[in-house]
Design a protein around this ligand. Structure first.
Ligand code: PBG
Length: 329
């Protein structure tokens, strides 16, 4: 035996010791589970590009919420699947009284007043062109006109019972403008989670497929961030904090752990990270080919996000990871 003062392996010698010295843990209360909502009744329609996720109608989402509540997951973010017949250039269905998502939110909030509902605020599910904002005649995404539209949309969603408004559009000045609009409408207790550092990422592909919202022209690089940049993420996050955001979010998550860590160091606000559709779907695809153990790879992805500094994780795998952890605790 060689004499050694320090043997870090001693802290890894048994399951109990490994667990005692574990620095980060995942908890059901860390998670926000996404749902894709469609019009109709009794719909549970699998989304092929995001295996394990479904388009759900109002009654079937209630069943899913009950399963998650059982596991201690009580926060959800809602995205609408909008039929082509309701889409137009300005996304007017977003604030229409017949918007099925608004109806579902009202019903769900009545039935489950204790849950926390987040709603994504952007125009892309509602527009024929698939951009998050309004377009000029030359196809440019208009900033100031868009934030006016998004603040109206936020007021409608707050009215329907949303607890946290989550603008995902990356327009300048939107947090301040939406905060003011919510306050003016008497929704001063409705929170804002800003998608602060949202990158122009290839990993949103399965989500756009699920919502049929792939831009019909151009890309989103004039508003979503360049993956090569990190100082810019801090600038965006600190502006959102100043403008009145209650949470800051980084998206995608696993390739942007440095960004999560930097924003966590510089801001006093809770930091959320969105483990996006592509990050989830690629684990599923590899697992279907038996190249990866899905649960273990999902665990490693999510614990990495938490270790980097995320307080809140939005993940399609929320239910799977908590079920897995319960089985192995
Ligand atoms: C809409 C929005 C997108 C996502 C969340 N909100 C797509 C996009 O910006 O094109 C992606 C989420 C995911 O991939 O899971 N603005």
């Amino acid at each position: 035996m060689i004499q050694m003062l320090k043997r870090p392996r001693r802290n890894r010698k048994s399951e109990v010791i490994r667990s005692l010295v574990q620095e980060t843990r995942l908890d059901p209360k860390d998670f926000v589970a996404p749902f894709f909502l469609t019009e109709g009744i009794n719909i549970i329609s699998p989304i092929t590009s995001i295996p394990g996720q479904f388009h759900l109608s109002c009654n079937t989402v209630s069943q899913k919420i009950e399963e998650l509540l059982e596991l201690g997951i009580s926060s959800y973010i809602f995205f609408p699947l909008i039929a082509a017949k309701y889409k137009d250039k300005t996304g007017s269905y977003a604030i229409s009284e017949s918007n099925h998502l608004l109806k579902t939110i009202r019903r769900i909030k009545e039935n489950y007043p204790e849950i926390c509902i987040f709603a994504d605020i952007a125009l892309d599910p509602f527009t024929t062109h698939g951009h998050d904002g309004l377009l000029s005649s030359s196809g440019e995404v208009l900033n100031d006109e868009t934030i006016v539209a998004l603040s109206k949309m936020s007021q409608h969603y707050a009215e329907a019972g949303v607890d946290v408004i989550a603008p995902s559009d990356m327009m300048d000045g939107r947090i301040k403008y939406i905060r003011r609009a919510l306050d003016q409408a008497g929704h001063e207790n409705v929170s804002i989670m800003s998608y602060s550092a949202k990158y122009a990422s290839a990993f949103y592909g399965p989500f756009r497929d699920a919502l049929k919202s792939t831009p019909s022209l151009g890309d989103k690089k004039s508003y979503q961030m360049n993956p090569a940049n990190s100082k810019e993420a801090l600038l965006e996050a600190l502006l959102d904090e100043e403008e009145g955001a209650d949470f800051l979010m980084v998206k995608p998550a696993t390739l942007y752990l440095d960004i999560i860590q930097k924003i966590k160091e510089k801001s006093l606000l809770p930091i959320a990270a969105y483990h996006v559709s592509g990050e989830y779907a690629m684990l599923k695809a590899a697992a279907q080919n038996k190249w990866l153990d899905f649960d273990k790879a999902l665990y490693e992805s999510l614990i990495g996000i938490k270790r980097a500094g995320a307080d809140i994780i939005i993940s399609y795998g929320a239910k799977e990871i908590i079920t897995y952890l319960l089985k192995h605790s």
